[in-house]
Design a protein around this ligand. Structure first.
Ligand code: GDP
Length: 365
């Protein structure tokens, strides 16, 4: 499954956030997956549309879709040179599909900050630089090989060389791979390099309990916002401690708790949604009387592939998909009414599934 990795310097609140994630995941009892890896936490993807569909269809059960976070502990300054968990840590990042960087945006004299004072931008720069240095090393190694092969007119090498050179220049200037403007064709080449700084990233500003109750903004968060805006990255403001307390609560208790604190939506829920879409994931639904269920697919996938998310037989024997957009279904009120209104389409093998589609697959067995 596609996963987002949680990274950050020591003492910024990563473990607290990850605890919140695993507790929330453990509570989701009807969750069909199980992971054994202690560094992976599985959570339900909050989706108001699923609640609405449940109201409409009144199924025997409702199953949300899930998302995996991976805890990547141990980054310190010098990781790219093997400090701390060093290379092991970097290898773990290589396996994730997006990076959530937790940044300390709370003061607490009892909790040491690794650099001696709370400074979110300097923290971000330390981590980003480690990732850039690791990428520079990979690119240098590859470039040495590619230059030789390009001299022998190797086709792949000829395509790779200019791309690697531009990446190298960016890294040497302290910039991430994400910041380089590549064409779509070049991006396909870049993908093959499995770099760290080309993965999508968002920032998680971890603030104090008091600050989250007062709308979450503080001077540290402002700085992170400015920094992130310059790279076009998203910022999620969270109080990891409160999320951890809240994670063990049932939905209705959680809502009351949030209301008491004057918080609109839990930071963890925001983080789940943001990470999900950062990776390019989207949701379609099946809505039968037995079960209303949300399914995750990668944006751009066609109907047969999406059917394959449920079962490989659905993909192999795919005939067509009866499809209605979520909004059309809600507007008409039922599948039958949607059909009558001509809102249910018969989609074939080339149909690119849209987020929110409610689908019924027809297939040969
Ligand atoms: P990690 O090293 O990044 O995994 O950080 P931890 O999650 O272990 O947190 C380090 C310390 O900061 C612990 O004592 C936490 O209780 C505290 N902490 C984490 N999140 C918050 C928060 O949102 N507010 C406050 N006040 N303390 C926090």
């Amino acid at each position: 499954a596609l996963t987002a990795g949680i990274v950050g310097l020591p003492n910024v609140g990563k473990s607290t956030l990850f605890n919140a994630i695993t507790k929330a995941g453990a509570l989701a009892a009807n969750y069909p997956f199980a992971t054994i890896d202690p560094n992976v936490g599985v959570v339900e993807v909050p989706d108001e549309r699923l609640d609405k569909l449940t109201e409409l269809v009144v199924p025997k059960k409702t199953v949300p879709t899930a998302f995996e976070f991976t805890d990547i502990a141990g980054i310190v300054e010098g990781a790219s040179k093997g400090e701390g968990l060093g290379n092991k840590f970097l290898a773990h990042i290589r396996e994730v599909d997006a990076i959530c960087q937790v940044v300390r945006c709370f003061n607490d004299d009892n909790i040491t900050h690794v650099s001696g004072k709370v400074d979110p931008i300097s923290d971000i720069e330390i981590i980003n630089l480690e990732l850039i240095l690791a990428d520079l090393e990979s690119v240098d190694k590859r470039l040495a090989r590619v230059i030789k092969m390009a001299k022998q007119k190797d086709k792949d090498a000829l395509a790779e060389e200019p791309v690697l050179t531009r990446l190298k220049e960016a890294f040497e200037a302290g910039k991430s791979g994400r910041s380089v403007d590549f064409s779509e064709e070049e991006l396909r080449v870049v993908k093959g390099f499995h770099l760290l700084t080309t993965k999508p990233m968002l920032y998680v500003s971890n603030v104090s309990e008091d600050d989250i109750m007062a709308d979450g903004e503080n001077e540290y968060v402002q700085k992170v916002r400015e920094f992130a805006a310059a790279e076009g990255a998203e910022v999620i403001v969270i109080c990891a401690k409160i999320e951890e307390e809240m994670a063990a609560l049932e939905d209705d208790e959680k809502m009351m708790f949030l209301e008491e604190l004057g918080i609109k939506e839990s930071g963890l829920d925001q983080l789940i949604k943001a990470s999900y879409s950062l990776i390019g994931l989207a949701t379609y639904f099946t809505a039968g009387v037995q079960e209303v269920r949300a399914w995750t697919y990668l944006k751009g996938m066609k109907a047969p592939q999406c059917a394959g998310v449920i079962h490989s037989d659905f993909e192999k024997g795919f005939i067509r998909a009866e499809t209605v957009a979520y909004d059309d279904l809600v507007e008409t009120g039922s599948m039958a009414a949607a059909k009558e209104a001509g809102k249910v389409r018969l989609e074939g093998k080339e149909y690119i599934v849209q987020d929110g589609d409610v689908m019924l697959f027809r297939f040969n067995v």
